[in-house]
Design a protein around this ligand. Structure first.
Ligand SMILES: [Zn+2]
Length: 179
């Protein structure tokens, strides 16, 4: 396994629409290796999610994981979930605002509205179809990562840039007020 280089905002790969993975190719060594490298890279950099375009591979694959002890863990623990060709359907029109950051946009945080409840249909790393409901923090992370597959970043979803803050200033002025 390897830790991969992360594409930063401005790299055109982050604005491309990612291609679906042909389902019969999911077991292929190349895809399986990419899956393992995505997970390893996400953990190395302390991300709660990482999408293939963020490691310069324009494919519809992403990982999410938030464990106890991470920055976001007080909200909800999210076990490792690896999704291929995900389709996200909004199941409640209700939106909630919360803070997001992104490994491709280092050291920035901003308030982003997301749907509170979604349904996800996708394939897992074994090529098996999965279908589940997600709400709150896991739903937020899935929507953030799914956006990466359509060439969007969290800045595109912000209602206003007034909350945009560098990490130091976020920790100093904002963090405590939103626990
Ligand atoms: Zn991101």
């Amino acid at each position: 396994m390897s830790i991969l280089k992360i594409a930063k905002l401005g790299h055109p790969v982050l604005r491309d629409v990612a291609k679906p993975v042909p389902v019969e190719q999911i077991p292929n060594a190349e895809i399986q290796r990419l899956i393992q490298d995505l997970i390893e890279t996400m953990r190395e950099y302390g991300g709660v999610g990482l999408a293939a375009p963020q490691v310069h591979r324009s494919l519809q694959i992403f990982a999410v994981e938030a464990l106890a002890g991470s920055e976001q863990s007080q909200r909800k623990e999210t076990p490792l979930t690896l999704l291929i060709n995900p389709v996200v359907t909004v199941t409640s029109e209700r939106m909630v605002e919360d803070w997001e950051g992104c490994l491709s946009i280092p050291d920035l945080r901003g308030l982003v509205p997301r749907y509170q409840e979604i349904r996800v249909q996708a394939f897992d790393p074994g090529g098996k179809a999965v279908n589940f409901q997600a709400s709150d923090f896991p739903a937020r992370v899935i929507q953030h990562e799914h956006d990466h597959l359509t060439g969007k970043v969290f800045l595109d979803r912000m209602r206003s840039f007034e909350s945009l803050a560098f990490l130091n200033e976020f920790n100093k002025y904002w963090h405590q007020n939103h626990e």
